[in-house]
Design a protein around this ligand. Structure first.
Ligand code: SF4
Ligand code: SF4
Length: 330
C-alpha cells in the first residue's frame, strides 16, 4: 500500500567534481559545472511545494562549491532537513561557516588504518577526517561516521566503532556498498557479511537500515515487482540545473529546469519516465541505497517494517523528527 504519494527527498548535485578519486565511484571522472544560487533558491521553493522534506546537497564533493553555506542556509530557512556527506578534505576550512546548518552531517571513513583509507579514497584524507571530527565537536556539531562496507574492509568496522565513533558519542552509519553502471565496487557482500552487519547493527550508536540487508538477501530490486520508487520518492537535480529521472545512477532522461520545477515534475513527459522506476532493464538486482531508503519509506511492505525501527531511532537521536513534525505539510 502506498503511504506517501509525493517526493520526500531531493538529491541536489551541486557539482560532479570531486577532490578524491575513490575506486568505487566514477563521478569524479565527469566534467561538471556548478549550480547557481539563483537556481537553488527557485528550486527550493518548488521542492517545498512538491512536498519534499529533506535536501541532500551532494556531489562530487559538495564542499567544492563556494556557496554551499548559502544553499544550506536557504534550505534551513524553508524548514527542510539538510544533509551533506564530505570526504573531509575541505571541512576544516568550512566548519565555522557550516555550524548549525547541516542536520545530518556525514564524514566518510572506511578504514581505521590510515594508509588503507587513503588508498581507497585515492587521496590523503584520513588526517582530515580526524581533524574534522575534532573541529566539529569543538563547535558542538554531531557528525556521523559514514562507513561504506566492502568485503575487504568489514574487519575495520569494529576499530572505527571502538576508537572513533564511541569515544566521541558519534553515530556510526553502516552503508553496504552497491554496484552500478559497471563501476567496480568489488565482490557483492556475502550472506555471512550481511549477517555480521545485522549483528553490529544492534550495538549502541550503530545505525544500520535492516531493509538494506533484506534487499540484498532478496537479490535486489526485481523489475517484475519493483521495490524501487526512485522517481516518485526522490527528485534529482544535476549541476546543469536539469531534473534527472528516474535516478542519477541510471539517468535515463534529463529535463532542463527552465522555469518551474514543480510544473516540470508534473508534466506528462516526466511522469512517463517516473512510471518506469524500478522496471527498466538496468534496474534488475539494483540495491542503490540513495534511492532504496526513500523507497522503503513511502510504501508499506516488508522493507518498510524492516527500515522503520532504525529510521526512528536515528531520527530521535539526530533530532530531525522535530523538524518533520513542525514543518509537516499536506
Ligand atoms: S569522495 Fe565521494 S564523490 Fe568523491 S570520488 Fe569518493 S565516493 Fe565519489
Ligand atoms: S532500480 Fe535502481 S537503477 Fe532502477 S530506477 Fe531504481 S534506483 Fe535507479
Amino acid at each position: 500500500m502506498r503511504l506517501i504519494n509525493h517526493p520526500v527527498l531531493c538529491n541536489y548535485y551541486v557539482t560532479y567534481r570531486c577532490n578524491a578519486t575513490c575506486g568505487f565511484c566514477d563521478i569524479w571522472e565527469k566534467p561538471s559545472e556548478y549550480v547557481t544560487l539563483e537556481n537553488v533558491k527557485r528550486n527550493l521553493l518548488a521542492l517545498k511545494k512538491l512536498g519534499v522534506r529533506a535536501i541532500d546537497f551532494t556531489g562530487g564533493e559538495p564542499l567544492l562549491h563556494r556557496e554551499i553555506d548559502l544553499f544550506l542556509l536557504e534550505a534551513q530557512k524553508l524548514g527542510f532537513i539538510t544533509t551533506l556527506t564530505t570526504n573531509c578534505l575541505l571541512y576544516p576550512k568550512w566548519a565555522s561557516k557550516l555550524q548549525g546548518l547541516v542536520d545530518m552531517l556525514h564524514f566518510s571513513l572506511d578504514y581505521y588504518n590510515s594508509e588503507k583509507h587513503n588508498i581507497s579514497r585515492g587521496v590523503n584524507c584520513y588526517d582530515h577526517v580526524m581533524q574534522s571530527n575534532e573541529i566539529a565537536l569543538s563547535l558542538d556539531e554531531r557528525p556521523d561516521i559514514l562507513f561504506t562496507v566492502f568485503e575487504e574492509n568489514k574487519n575495520e568496522i569494529l576499530p572505527v566503532y571502538e576508537k572513533v565513533a564511541l569515544p566521541n558519542d558519534l553515530i556510526l552509519i553502516l552503508n553496504p556498498v552497491f554496484g552500478y553502471n559497471g563501476v567496480d565496487t568489488g565482490k557483492p557482500l556475502s550472506f555471512a557479511t550481511l549477517n555480521y552487519l545485522l549483528k553490529l547493527g544492534k550495538l549502541q550508536n550503530v545505525h544500520l537500515d535492516k531493509a538494506f540487508i533484506q534487499l540484498r538477501k532478496d537479490g535486489g530490486n526485481h523489475i517484475d515487482n519493483p521495490i524501487c520508487k526512485a522517481g516518485s520518492s526522490t527528485i534529482v537535480i544535476s549541476p546543469e540545473n536539469k531534473l534527472v529521472v528516474p535516478c542519477y545512477h541510471l539517468g535515463t532522461e534529463s529535463f532542463q529546469i527552465s522555469d518551474n520545477l514543480d510544473t516540470l515534475y508534473h508534466s506528462n513527459e516526466v511522469k512517463n519516465v517516473v512510471k518506469m522506476e524500478g522496471k527498466l532493464p538496468g534496474c534488475e538486482g539494483c540495491t542503490i541505497n540513495c534511492y532504496m531508503q526513500p523507497s522503503f519509506g513511502v510504501e508499506i511492505n516488508k522493507y518498510w517494517f524492516k527500515s522503520l525501527p532504525s529510521t526512528l531511532r536515528y531520527g530521535i537521536k539526530k533530532g530531525t523528527w522535530k523538524k518533520l513534525i513542525l514543518t509537516r505539510q499536506n
